[in-house]
Structures are given as C-alpha cells and as structure tokens.
Design a protein around this ligand. Structure first.
Ligand code: PLP
Length: 304
C-alpha cells in the first residue's frame, strides 16, 4: 500500500458517497440501506477498504488495471505529462506529441495491416465510434443498407446508447430504450454450457452454422459487422469452443484497413474500383486549419 499516511473519516466519506454519488449497476433498495464499500488504497493485486481490510482485486478494477495498482513509473509519467501539457485537441488538423507517439506504438504492436488508430475515452465510446465508422464506410461505398450489427446474447459492449444495445445481457437494458433495428443477437459462445452430448468441435460448427443462417435470413446486404468478445467477459467469463473466432471471421468483409487502395488483396481491388461520392462538392469547413504542406521543423521532444 502507499507509504504516505492518509487518514479517512470513514463515516463522513460513506455518507458523502451515499448522498451524492449515482452508482451504475447498483441495487438501490440495498444501497439506500447500506451504501457502498469504499476502497481507498491499493498495491499490486491488492486493494484496501476504508477500514483497512485487504482484498485481491480479482478483475483488476474493471478489467483495466492489468499491470497492477501503484506502479510508480506510470504515476510519474502521468504527472510529468500533466504538468507539461494537460490536454490538447486532436480535432481537424491539430495533434499532440503523446497521441502521435501512442498511435505509432499501437500500430507497431497490432497485427498485420492494422496500422491506424482512432482514440476514444473508453470501451463504450470506442464501440459506438466503430459502428458509426463502419456505417460511414458503407455509406461512402454506396451500400447504405448495410446497417445491422450481429452480436451475442450475454455479450457486454458498454453503456452508451448503442453499446448498451450491442450488449446482450438482458437485465442491463430492463426499462431502458434500445436501438433494436440496428442489432441482432446470436447465441452466447459458452463451451461449459453447450448443448448436452455435443463435442467441442460440434459446438463450434453449431455456432458457425447459426451465424451463417442469420446472414442468410437478414441478407448480407443488410449486415454491417459482427461484434464479439474473444472470451465473453462481463457475461460470465465464458470460454468459446476453440477455433470459433477464426471460423466466424471467414464470413467477414475485409477490415477497414485492408480497404486501403494501396493494399493488393482482392477485397482492396473491390474498394479501389468502387466509386465513393466525390468530396470536392463538399465545402471545406476547416480551411483555417488546413493540412500543412510540409512537416513542421524538428524540435526535441521525448516521451515523459
Ligand atoms: C468487452 C467490453 N467492451 C466494452 C466495455 C465498456 O467499456 P467502458 O466501461 O470503458 O465504457 C467493457 C467494459 O468492461 C468490456 O468488457
């Protein structure tokens, strides 16, 4: 735990939380009575509550503290960047040094032709942005009917309007509105609870056949994408049968990056020969921040 000694007025903190904090995914009949357990400290895989009780943080925050709590080097890098420049927009033709560095690093780590990065501030917003971009690409390709997203029952994709619709955990959406015309849910991929008597390979074929039937029924011309967790997380940490993802992937259209006209796959040939509407007729609303003709002169900059 942190070596710095901090004291908490446990009762006052509990009261502030109970009086003012709207918690997601919370049973309010219980919350009104008992409030929340307040976690105040952490170290590696452990967290500690306001009373000094220690727990193993089994799912790493919410699957997001994968390198463990209290990593001094990460804290230091964050502090250095925050004091140097807290934030700068990347809209239009602006950018900032850490964003450019991170995009290049992720492109280096990502497989094959995944070379371009679009940042968002969380998983739900990332999924919303992905669907918007997929729809946008098909609109530009002259295929505006390709809108439906296939997902899985018990999948978890987030809490924004569209990400909540992509999510297949029924109770998450009780009494909320959803964008049902955009999403069709297939079975969960749950090897442990597969139909009785099915082998792993048969179960894989069964899931793939269901995908194929759905594509036939809805029509490929009306489907934009299939979103699926490799291992379904919030739905119960469900292992799929081996080979499910590669087998489903065979039905996929080329990835956005393989649509680049510079790539040489058959799919990219289709992209290169199709004619998206010309942009020249669209007024340039960003002329004050038009792209530079040449890169800016080199100035020393090192990541914090
Ligand atoms: C697979 C998956 N997608 C999306 C999300 C939503 O991410 P966020 O909570 O950052 O919006 C989560 C969150 O746990 C997730 O597990």
């Amino acid at each position: 735990m942190s070596t710095e000694t901090r004291t908490f007025d446990a009762q006052a903190l509990w009261q502030k939380d109970k009086d003012h904090f709207i918690h997601p995914f919370t049973d309010y009949s219980l919350f009104h009575e008992k409030g929340c357990d307040l976690i105040t400290d952490s170290d590696g895989i452990y967290v500690e509550d306001v009373h000094g009780n220690r727990f193993i943080d089994g799912i790493a925050g919410l699957w997001c503290v994968n390198v463990g709590h209290g990593r001094a080097e990460i804290g230091q890098a964050m502090a250095e960047q925050a004091t140097r420049m807290a934030y700068f927009s990347t809209f239009n033709n602006l950018s900032n040094a850490p964003a450019a560095e991170l995009a290049a690093k992720l492109a280096e780590l990502a497989p094959e032709n995944l070379n371009h990065v679009f940042f968002s501030s969380g998983g739900s917003a990332a999924n919303d942005a992905t669907v918007r971009l997929v729809h946008y690409v098909f609109n530009r390709l002259g295929k505006p009917s390709k809108k439906r997203i296939l997902s899985r029952r018990n999948a978890y994709h987030g809490t924004t309007y569209l990400a909540a619709t992509l999510t297949g955990i029924e109770s998450n959406n009780w009494d909320f509105d959803t964008l049902d015309h955009l999403v069709t849910h297939l079975s969960e991929a749950n090897l442990y609870r597969r139909p009785k008597g099915m082998s792993e390979a048969e179960y894989c074929n069964h899931l793939v056949a269901e995908l194929e039937e759905s594509i036939t029924e809805i029509g490929a011309d009306n489907i934009a994408a299939f979103i699926a967790e490799p291992i379904m997380g919030a739905g119960g940490v469900l292992m799929p049968p081996r080979d499910t993802m590669p087998a489903c992937r065979r039905y996929a259209a080329p990835t956005a990056s393989s649509l680049s006209p510079t790539k040489s796959s058959p799919a990219s040939a289709a992209w290169a020969t199709s004619s998206p509407p010309k942009r020249s007729s669209i007024p340039n609303r960003t002329s004050s921040t038009a792209p530079r003709d040449s890169p800016p002169a080199t100035r020393p900059w090192a990541p914090p």
